[in-house]
Design a protein around this ligand. Sequence first.
Ligand code: A2P
Length: 348
Amino acid sequence: MVSRFSPDARLNVGIVGATGLVGSMMQQLLAERAFPVGTLRLFASARSAGKQMEWQGQTVMVEDAATADFTGLDIVFFSAGGSTSRAIAPKAAAAGAIVIDNSSAWRSDPEVPLVVSEVNPDALATIPKGIVANPNCTTMAAMPVLKPLHAQAGLKRLTVSTYQAVSGGGMEGIDVLARQIEAVGDAGRELAFAGDAAFVPAPEKWAVPITNNVVPLNYVLGEDGYTEEELKLRDETRRILDIPGLPVSGTCVRVPVFTGHSLSINAEFERPIDAQTALDLLGKAPGVVVSDVPNPLEATGADPVFVGRVRPDPTVEHGLALFVAGDNLRKGAALNAVQIAEVLCGRG
Ligand code: A2P
């Protein structure tokens, strides 16, 4: 671990993507968790350069990330999309900062640790490129729940269906849902009886309209008819839980919920595990709260992930079915990034 990171040190922190949803949540969490910030610098695209933002009573001017000099920063959080991270994160790392990147750009790089703070913090022992990757928001919600179950019974296979909020698609996702709800208005009642084209908004951002609807094709198709999001769920789960080759079949669905991702999980294990044992383990798991009816509204604004509906899955020998909900902007993105920084400076 780099020596300047100690529990008493004040760290100079940068946020790239500071004007976005996750970047804003990062600023909120740094304040909420009293992270020991020396200087805070904010970065976004050239469009936002010169904009003034308030943080803890200070006015901070947004800088253009493309032309910025990152010298003097200890930690730089990135949440500005994969291409920005690919292009700029190595510059911030070369200037001496540890980069904590929320995009998918570095998650499969074996020299970049992919970390969930409660699950595999030991992966932070070596950071060869000066970059740490924050997992995808959907994978993230499942990890604190699956870790103790895997430790007990050995995870053998996963089938997951997701119910993902629009804020996972950034500010644009929120705007699209808000606009479509407004456009449909009271006429939405008519859709209960007939899919009358007059009441169906045009699709924006996703394959089909998001209001009064669900979108089972969430972004781009990858291998074997699975979407990139579904492949991230598979690949990142394998890396974080250290189970190479774990069979994972995901169906990632976007739903008209503003914030809070949910997952219906069917897990098969090597060894027997009953629902009560699972609930006992989950009741003690860090970052997890057991709930009778986990749901996105309950999860929104909360740090832990919520798990419930734990029951046997009788379709396999040692199987459990369960339901998870988590705030995709907090644990799913900004919170885990800040928690990684806390682990780095011994405050985790
Ligand atoms: P900007 O506001 O200047 O476009 P969200 O995912 O909530 O939409 O936020 C995306 C964030 O990423 C914003 O802060 C946005 O800045 C930033 N961003 C987008 N493209 C770039 C880029 N090419 N360089 C730096 N920041 C970028």
